[in-house]
Design a protein around this ligand. Structure first.
Ligand code: AMP
Ligand code: ZN
Ligand code: FE
Ligand code: FE
Length: 280
């Protein structure tokens, strides 16, 4: 049983359509794949339909942009009611600021000597409900400013670089409450990947656990062996579900092939049962 609980389609910043992603999951030998686009549930219908016609169980999910002490923290949510008004209102607010942020990023890059406008970016976000920095990176590649998404982030788009602009995100605990109100479960995405390790110290993860967090993503490409070991121990200590996943983005992210990390079936069963109407 091979389970991958974190993937992105071109409904956000991946490169496969939701249906293509599900078929790629089948070819990769996965039994279960969760579609977790950034801040949107718009890819669910297509992915679920594709899953129904092939041997892959599709789990509807999303990756919510949240903020903890001024830094971005990604929260994976599964099995929420996509029609929940409070959840959709918050997602709409995040996505809307993602669109206005493109203007701020374009202005900042232009001022830094890399002229580009929002239309240049939108040409690389066809069909996306949620636009983001990877689309800016694609525009910069097309304009010859950088070779790939990695270089775009490292040199211009990461926090502290010339083309960075922050975006609206709700506090992590607010997002946890919304996910639970919408009947779902939530897992902290790549807690010790890139910048988030600075705010997600063990005590902060314990606080999120007390606020209702259900699990943490331990097996992720941005975690080295030691980080995985220590996060696994923390999960035992805090009684959190442990997940593993690829964070697949199609051709948009190298080293994140479908199934490169997977979730233990027992852990998935536990997570799923937490969403199944258990009073909390
Ligand atoms: P945004 O949602 O616009 O803030 O952009 C975050 C997205 O950019 C996530 O999907 C990350 O996987 C991706 N990302 C962040 N840092 C990098 C990087 N250094 N190289 C490639 N992609 C990155
Ligand atoms: Zn992404
Ligand atoms: Fe993420
Ligand atoms: Fe992701």
């Amino acid at each position: 049983m091979r389970i991958d609980l974190h993937t992105h389609s071109n409904v956000s910043d991946g490169t496969d359509t939701p249906a293509e992603l599900v078929h790629a999951a089948e070819r990769a030998g996965l039994d279960v794949v969760a579609l977790t686009d950034h801040d949107t549930t718009l890819g669910w219908a297509e992915a679920l339909e594709a899953g129904a016609t092939c041997g892959v169980e599709v789990v509807p999910g999303l990756e919510i942009s949240t903020e903890l002490r001024g830094r971005g923290v990604h929260l994976l949510a599964y099995l929420v009611d996509a029609a929940h008004p409070g959840l959709q209102a918050e997602l709409g607010r995040i996505r809307s600021d993602r669109w206005t942020r493109l203007e701020r990023i374009a202005a900042a890059l232009t001022a830094a000597g890399y002229p580009l406008d929002v239309d240049d970016i939108l040409a690389h976000a066809q069909g996306a409900s949620s636009v983001g920095r990877p689309h800016v990176a694609d525009a910069m590649i097309a304009l010859g400013y950088v070779a790939d998404r990695e270089e775009a982030f490292a040199s211009y788009l990461s926090e502290g670089r010339a083309g960075f602009a922050s975006k609206y995100a709700p506090p992590t605990t607010t997002a946890i409450d919304l996910v639970h109100a919408a009947g779902g479960v939530c897992v902290l995405a790549h807690p010790w990947g890139r910048g988030s390790r600075r705010v997600l110290r063990p005590s902060a993860i314990a606080d999120l656990r007390a606020a209702g967090l259900d699990g943490i993503e331990v097996d992720h490409q941005n975690h080295d062996r030691i980080a995985r070991r220590d996060l696994r121990a923390l999960a035992v200590e805090l009684d959190l579900v442990v997940t593993g996943a690829s964070d697949y983005h199609g051709t948009g992210k190298v080293g994140h092939d479908l199934g490169v990390n997977t979730t233990d079936p027992e852990q998935w069963d536990r997570l799923r049962s937490l969403a199944a109407g258990v009073p909390r």
